[in-house]
Design a binder for this molecule. Structure first.
Ligand code: SIN
Length: 530
């Protein structure tokens, strides 16, 4: 290990496997690190499809415009165009086009989802898109002799003055960390929406990749933007929320209150308004002065279509006594996706040499303040392939590895449920100064577990407090309007603190201060800044 052409990919969702496959084709030897089982991964759970502007009258430019409109002024248009222009080619490169449902004439069948002006969503049969995509990618990985899968978890990146040299890794079933040296290291660990008490993500989507990157000196951005999906069914036994895909609303499902009134009747786009708008409307209806349960109703969708397009979901709902075609299903917004992450350029490079990031853990600026539906699997594919094409060989590490790190506890909503509940209450879909300040206080005082790698959560709180406006997924009840002065990004770096960089030309960055994560870890004396 440690040869010139070795790549360590941490994480094995659609982004990680795309990098691995494309890098292996280019002659790199790739180690893919992922916990088992393989299926406990956000990408495999995705129902939403893959957006691609391949229909008549559609174009990548229009897809880009819709993406930017959803992102509420914070997208990087160059990254967005890269995403939309490379969509079809990326699917072809990854041998995925035949996974999707085709119409009788052989063309790809295109579904409609919120805030897309054209039908442009590709789905696998039964709506189980993530599962089908991941199965196809794993098939290719397993057939590729240059890729080796290691079951385990990374607990610290190996950093020296030449950059990232790999990671300390704990193989599954073992308790001691071991070094894996690599010429290039890629973080593809997903976001942190799985930390919320109610989330569409597996509990493993816990922001550990962000914590590793921050500790290694990488810059993070946009952490305050956490997307809530408007329509999840919460099983009464408290088990994993069931995502009722946006594709249902694309097919004609409506949102009604307990009296049968449509809650979005007054909105020009109705149920197909942006995800931020719909999620916030559902939350207001359920928590506002006339609090009412909100339901998703498929009364306007032909029954045959329900079973043809959403068979997998319909079957899952029968377990809870609902007939998707007939019964209004009670729904609530739950945490779904994190727009922020480790800052990268459009090829996936971070500010730490030889450390890359891709997919949800990365922040390329492609999603702005609110991701457009069905752009996330696409992001993993397109940016994964672009990243692999930019990888270069590099002298193997020679640096001392430093002391073997202690293994930090895993932070997740199952292991630390009180943290998950407090996160949702204090830094959830609707925020205000008092709750955010309490959340910061809870974290800094070690209320939950002093050793948790909680830096990204502290930075989320700090950024959400600093951003005194509402924009996209960030809704402040004490500052309900968007403020043009906040059109820009909040960045964080371990050694520099946090700053705001407006998008206006010739405007200087503003130093915001420091959310003292360094002190947090030093005081608790655990795994951080050795
Ligand atoms: C969904 O199916 O509604 C989720 C799709 C997505 O997150 O893009």
């Amino acid at each position: 290990m440690g040869a010139r052409n070795t790549v360590l990919v941490i994480g094995a969702g659609v982004a990680g496997l795309s990098v691995a496959l494309a890098a292996a084709k280019r002659g790199f030897t790739v180690f893919v690190l992922h916990r088992s089982p393989r299926s406990r991964c956000n990408s495999a759970w995705a129902q939403g499809g893959v957006a691609a502007a391949v229909g008549k009258g559609d174009s990548p430019r229009q897809h880009a415009q819709d993406t930017c409109a959803a992102g509420r002024g914070l997208n990087d248009p160059r990254a967005v165009l890269q995403l939309t222009q490379q969509a079809e080619e990326a699917l072809e490169q990854a041998n995925l086009l035949d996974v999707f449902v085709h119409a009788q004439d052989g063309s790809l069948q295109l579904g409609q989802e919120a805030a897309h002006r054209h039908p442009r969503i590709l789905h696998a049969p039964g709506g189980l898109t993530g599962q089908a995509l991941m199965a196809r990618l794993w098939e290719q990985v397993d057939a590729q002799p240059r890729i080796r899968w290691i079951a385990g978890r990374a607990v610290r990146l190996l950093i020296d003055d030449r950059g990232c040299q790999g990671a300390w890794v704990v193989p599954e079933g073992e308790t001691m960390a071991q070094p894996i040296l690599a010429a290039q290291t890629v973080l593809a660990t997903g976001g942190f929406a799985g930390l919320y008490a109610h989330s569409t993500n597996p509990a493993e989507t816990n922001g550990e990749g962000l914590a590793l990157a921050y500790e290694a000196g990488a810059t993070l951005a946009d952490l305050e933007f956490v997307q809530f999906h408007p329509t999840a069914y919460l099983p009464p036994d408290g088990s994993q929320p069931l995502l009722l895909s946006e594709a249902l609303r694309g097919a004609g499902a409506i949102l009604i209150d307990a009296q049968g009134q449509r809650i979005l009747a007054g909105h020009p786009q109705g149920e197909l308004a942006g995800r931020d708008v719909v999620a916030q409307a559902v939350w207001q209806a359920e928590h506002g002065p006339q609090a009412t349960q909100v339901f998703l109703s498929l009364e306007r969708v032909p029954k045959a279509r329900v079973f043809e397009a959403f068979g997998g979901l319909a079957e899952q709902l029968t377990r809870y006594g609902y007939d998707l075609a007939e019964d209004p299903v009670p729904i609530a917004p739950v945490a779904h996706f994190t727009m922020g992450g480790v800052c990268t350029d459009r090829w996936g490079r971070t500010n730490v040499p030889a450390l890359w990031a891709v997919g949800e853990v990365a922040c390329t600026g492609v999603h702005g303040a609110n991701r457009l539906a069905s752009n996330s699997l696409l992001e993993g594919l397109v940016f994964g392939q672009t990243l692999a094409a930019a990888l270069t060989e590099r002298e193997p590490a020679t640096a001392a590895m430093g002391e073997r790190p202690q293994v930090p506890p895993s932070i997740d909503r199952i292991r630390v449920p009180q943290l998950a509940v407090a996160l949702e209450e204090k830094a959830g879909i609707v925020r205000d100064e008092d709750h955010l300040a309490q959340w910061e206080e809870d974290l800094s005082s070690g209320t939950f577990d002093a050793n948790l790698p909680a830096a990204p959560l502290l930075l989320l709180a700090a950024a959400a407090r600093w951003r005194t406006e509402s924009r996209g997924a960030h809704l402040r009840r004490d500052f309900p309007d968007a403020n043009p002065a906040w059109r820009g990004h909040i960045y964080h770096q371990r050694d520099l603190g946090s700053w705001f960089a407006p998008l206006y030309p010739q405007t200087r960055p503003v130093t915001l201060g420091r959310a003292d994560t360094r002190q947090l870890h030093h005081e608790r004396g655990s795994y951080a800044w050795a």
